[in-house]
Ligand binder design. Sequence first.
Ligand code: SAH
Length: 252
Amino acid sequence: MNKKGFVSLVGAGPGDADLMTVKAVRLLQQADVVVYDRLVSADILNLIPTTVDRIAVGKEVGKHCVPQEQINEIIVNQAKSGLQVVRLKGGDPYMFGRGGEEALTLKKHHIPFEVVPGITAASGCSSYSGIPLTHRGMSRRVQFITGHFNNDEPLNLNWKLIADPDSTLVIYMGLLNLPLVVDSLIDAGLSASTPAAAVQNGTTNSQQRVITTLAQLNDEIQQKQMKAPVIIIIGKVVSLADELDWFQNSIK
Ligand code: SAH
């Protein structure tokens, strides 16, 4: 084959297919093969023409389907065989998605690539749950952290910096370690009454929201039996969630 392989690392956004970029949709239509994550919604997979090959390499926290090394190998091999590969990832490829590692692997193998940003879960869930990430007088800084660490490493974060009442904290993959995160924030001085939210399946018709306080967050998540993907938003901006809701009530 004399065609040269190429990889597009493409962000699929948080779930609502209408939140894909024009470029992402065009690339899906032009691809030879799409290698996609489990987080990518069915509505988005439906945008892939039936003539295009699909390879699922989905990963969920706690369940390892295809190890990252093997995902890298699949992408490299597909590109080396001359194919136009779309590596479709949930949200934005460079936000807690190991997109950087995949890009470094491609670089190492001298495979040309591009990166197409997607709407990250923080952004999508913020809009669709009525919680602006910043708001004058409430929050002038946003922190994105992950609550998940490899191989049971301790959550070694700078809690003093993170527990800032004038900022918004967004936690990706936060369900598993939530009790520890909440205790650490309160120990570091964040008030137990700080508004806090959890959003499950954000931007989709199955979106669920919990709007509560830091102290109550874990109990309410348990009561609603929330399951991944869930994003946690903590800070004064959460107090706007009911007033600014335009989506949640439309799907009830
Ligand atoms: N690259 C992705 C994040 C991957 S990490 C992005 O930019 O969004 C996976 C975590 O993202 C999940 O555990 C959850 O915390 C969050 N997430 C992704 N999609 C979500 C959704 N639709 N609703 C709520 N959280 C979501």
